[in-house]
Design a binder for this molecule. Structure first.
Ligand code: SAH
Length: 250
């Protein structure tokens, strides 16, 4: 059996209870060493075989899983954040299916939730934005036509860019030319929830300069939108005049 497990954004106590239990019982752990906090490996039991997938290709990862399966062992494949977001789990799952190896997925706290917590922000504010666009700049992995940052910018919704801080100047240009005003509030969160986390807040037109000055080149999220500003409407849910299934308005 192979368990795909979300490691959470960084702080080791942000893995789920289920994820931790799976780590504690695994015979083999394959972790994404470029981003997963190695402190999580201290949950592994004595004698657990540990592999760092940063130095492995897809076939090598699957080979380790197949070998473990042949020995009747349990494998945890530990991915950063939540495995469903830029996790490259589908290609692994399809090869496991081909080989008749069973698997399941344990969710994790994605880094974009970790970053929201670090910023103490709400991505969905009434009358400001009720939608979150999660995307990335086209890089060595391309983004399909029709999903350009520039086209999404027209919505003026809350936008979160993964895997893009190394191209911060291009990001800002695409966002601005796409429709965000240059004074739109933005933030870059580097290593959200890690001990060396850094937060840069700036309006869009000053963001690139500040991010470069902070020396942030990777492992960061770019968050853009008026939800990072000061204006919003109060929620209906907690409005004293609003009646819900649970509470009668006054
Ligand atoms: N599955 C992961 C994302 C993997 S893609 C998740 O749910 O978070 C890797 C990218 O995620 C990084 O380039 C960076 O943009 C972002 N990332 C991962 N961990 C991060 C963290 N702790 N703080 C900020 N960004 C992070």
């Amino acid at each position: 059996m192979v368990h795909f497990v979300g490691a959470g954004p960084g702080a080791p106590d942000l893995i789920t209870l289920r994820g931790r239990r799976l780590l504690e019982t695994a015979d083999v752990i394959i972790y994404a060493g470029s981003l997963v906090n190695p402190e999580l490996l201290s949950f592994a039991k004595e004698g657990c075989r540990i592999h760092n997938s940063a130095c492995m290709n897809l076939e090598q990862v699957i080979e380790v899983m197949k070998q473990a399966e042949a020995e009747g062992k349990t494998t945890v494949r530990l991915h950063t954040g939540d495995p469903s977001v830029y996790g490259a789990i589908r290609e692994q799952i399809d090869l496991l299916k081909r080989d008749g190896i069973s698997y399941d997925v344990c969710p994790g706290v994605s880094s974009f939730f970790g970053a929201a917590a670090s910023l103490a922000c709400e991505y969905t504010l009434p009358e400001v934005s009720q939608s979150i666009i999660i995307t990335r700049m086209s890089g060595r992995t391309t983004v399909p036509d029709g999903e350009s940052v520039r086209s999404f910018a027209a919505h003026q919704a809350t936008m979160i860019l993964f895997l893009s801080v190394g191209m911060i100047e291009d990001v800002v240009r695409e966002l601005t030319e796409g429709g965000y005003q240059p004074d739109t509030p933005a933030a870059v969160v580097y290593k959200a929830t890690w001990e060396d986390e850094k937060i840069v807040r700036a309006s869009l037109d000053e963001l690139a300069e500040k991010v470069q000055a902070a020396g942030i080149k990777k492992t960061a999220l770019i968050i853009v939108g008026k939800v990072l500003g000061d204006d919003y409407a109060l929620s209906k849910l907690y409005d004293k005049h609003f009646t819900t299934e649970y509470r009668r308005g006054v």
